[in-house]
Design a protein around this ligand. Sequence first.
Ligand SMILES: [Mg+2]
Length: 281
Amino acid sequence: MKSLLDEYQKTKEFLVCIDSDGCAIDTMDIKHIKCFGPCMVKEWHLEEWQEAILKSWNDVNLYTLTRGINRFKGLETALVEVNEKYRKIEGLDTFVKWVNETTELSNESLERELENVKNICLKKALDWSIAVNKCIDELSEDDKKPFEGVKEALAEVSQYADVAIVSSANRKAVEDEWSKSSLLEHVNIVMTQDIGVKSYCIEKLIEKGYSKDKVLMVGDAVGDLKAAQKNGVMFYPIMVKKETYSWKRFISEVIPSLVEGRYGKELEERYINEFKENLTK
Ligand SMILES: [Mg+2]
């Protein structure tokens, strides 16, 4: 079974962990451009400043170093900016306090907070988050395709390495998206939010007997890099707007150097610098 960590056994010397959203599957842009930003404009009636607000939303959540941050942190950043530049956001301080003090940034946690605290911004944040989920559910299957080159990359790397999906999305969405594109056949185990955060997932996999210098995390956000660094394993970035190029390079440069033991600090540093530069324009 692909999901059962307890029963999982390593079959190869190498382990390649791959993030899903915005890394293997082209879902990040569409979710933010069609759902997250527009739902916020609608919830807070910000149509008047829509263009600038959506641009800023996409910069924060997709195209800069904060790419991939939690939705409520993204919302906090956006609402603070709206409050400063365009219109006062009622109840904002209480929402900002919740974002920074809660132990869990989720709809469930926000619902619990609302049982104790009556605040319009908290309520709107929950309604927005629910609307976003509905919007994402309604996206067509054609909007959730893998990036070009992913299937070939998985077919190639799975000859030498066990492949794990390491994602903070929910299991069903990830398994659906990967199986519809026939990617799951190259995957040994699926590690999603039900198991834990990414760094914890990597840690649990390492415990199955991989040597840290034979483990590589592939991701598209700084959070993925941090999860790799926390575990002392290697990282390879899939760069936003250069995903096809990144996956082609994974096949031509990364797999050979990994297998031949040449994927060291020097090469990794070059890729990471390029990755960060790509997120700071
Ligand atoms: Mg990602």
